[in-house]
Design a protein around this ligand. Structure first.
Ligand SMILES: [Zn+2]
Length: 152
């Protein structure tokens, strides 16, 4: 049984989460993640959809052009590649062997811009969730985190 955000919850969230994705849905999702042509953003969209959230994509005129916008929850989601956006995980901290300085500066600028975008969205009353590419390795945990933060 899939959760539906619109449904009134009679069972505590923690218990519902237990069967939040059916084994079939989960393995389908896992296989998608392993697929070569699957962009992280599409996986995140699919996860959100499965747990019952409806959203809009790439809303123009918003700072940073968030990948996913949930107007009903006044929440936006950025799906960030660990390398490009300088995540603190292994993939984010490993620089290419050549042109280290170039990459260091480029990534630092991206991080600065991300920070500014998040700040201006916060100032307009939006909640901002950043999903890192490496989190897709554990879709169940990621889905739970998104659900928790969207409904917070
Ligand atoms: Zn990462």
């Amino acid at each position: 049984m899939l959760l539906c955000a619109k449904k009134k919850r009679s069972v505590p969230l923690a218990e519902q989460r237990y069967d939040f994705l059916t084994p079939a849905a989960r393995s389908e999702l896992m296989s998608k993640i392993g697929g070569r042509n699957t962009r992280p953003e599409i996986v995140v969209r699919s996860l959100l959809h499965k747990i019952g959230f409806r959203f809009r994509l790439h809303v123009k005129g918003m700072a940073g052009k968030p990948d996913i916008v949930l107007p009903r929850y006044k929440t936006v989601i950025f799906v960030h590649g660990c390398f490009w956006h300088g995540h603190s995980c292994a993939k984010g901290v490993t620089l290419p062997k050549t042109r280290k300085e170039f990459w260091t500066e480029k990534i630092a600028r991206t991080k600065e811009r991300d920070k500014e975008n998040i700040e201006s969205l916060h100032n307009l009353g939006w909640r901002v969730i950043v999903v890192w590419e490496c989190e897709l390795k554990n879709p169940l945990e990621l889905a739970q985190r998104m659900e928790r933060e969207i409904l917070a």
